[in-house]
Design a protein around this ligand. Structure first.
Ligand SMILES: C[S@@+](CC[C@H](N)C(=O)[O-])C[C@H]1O[C@@H](n2cnc3c(N)ncnc32)[C@H](O)[C@@H]1O
Length: 200
């Protein structure tokens, strides 16, 4: 981990407790990975592991990592570990696929993290990234800023990127991935999905 990983301190039991499952995300996983059973998957920023558990229940051989040790301690799935998206403790091409839900907008070193996420997926594999569609950067992170820092004005440090599929494509330009599809949907709050195919 680096100093930038700690620009916001995610070590919080209260933040871990606030983490809830959105069942709709499993539908997005099964759309991106129709042959989920038996797949070797990594979830980055898995929180307490609600989605991870559902993927495991569906037969995936899935592991999860999160920067918040309290989320891992309260984990509801198997194979969860504390790790940063910027330093994934796995060899190259280790996974068939990677899932990351409402996490990439939190990463100060986003380019490093994206390179790491692509690195651990095998050529021919796939990445599913879900992230908020914010009309104003940080607007959906105000509750998190209050939980973590009792300070709503830190919301832009929590959501340190205002991402769109187009902006994400620019960041991915030098990485061996091809955009398979992108979606916008309103689900509690507006959010984007980008699904990427890992090239050789
Ligand atoms: C909004 S929560 C989303 C949790 C879960 N994916 C979900 O959809 O419920 C963002 C998560 O990203 C984690 N996170 C923040 N920075 C991280 C990093 N550098 N590496 C891994 N996880 C990180 C936080 O601890 C938190 O659990």
């Amino acid at each position: 981990m680096t100093a930038l990983d700690h620009a916001i301190d995610y070590d919080s039991a209260a933040y871990a407790r606030a983490n809830r499952l959105d069942p709709h995300h499993l539908r997005q996983v099964t759309e991106a990975f129709p042959d989920l059973a038996g797949m070797h998957l990594l979830e980055v920023g898995c929180g307490r592991g609600h989605l991870l558990r559902l993927m495991q229940d569906a037969g995936a051989k899935a592991s999860g990592v999160d920067l918040n040790p309290q989320a891992i301690a309260q984990g509801e799935a198997n194979d969860m570990a504390v790790a940063s998206a910027t330093h994934l403790p796995f060899p190259d091409a280790h996974f068939d696929g990677l899932v990351s839900v409402h996490a990439i907008e939190h990463l100060p070193e986003l380019d490093t993290a994206l390179a790491e996420m692509v690195r651990v997926v095998r050529p021919g594999g796939r990445l599913l990234l879900i992230y908020p569609a914010e009309p104003i950067q940080g607007i959906w992170a105000v509750p998190t800023a209050v939980i973590l820092h009792r300070n709503p004005f830190k919301a832009r440090q929590v959501h340190c990127h205002k991402l769109t599929p187009k902006r994400l494509r620019v960041r991915l330009a030098d990485l061996p991935v091809t955009v398979r599809y992108e979606r916008f949907r309103w689900r509690g709050w507006p959010q984007y999905t980008s699904v990427l195919d890992r090239r050789a």
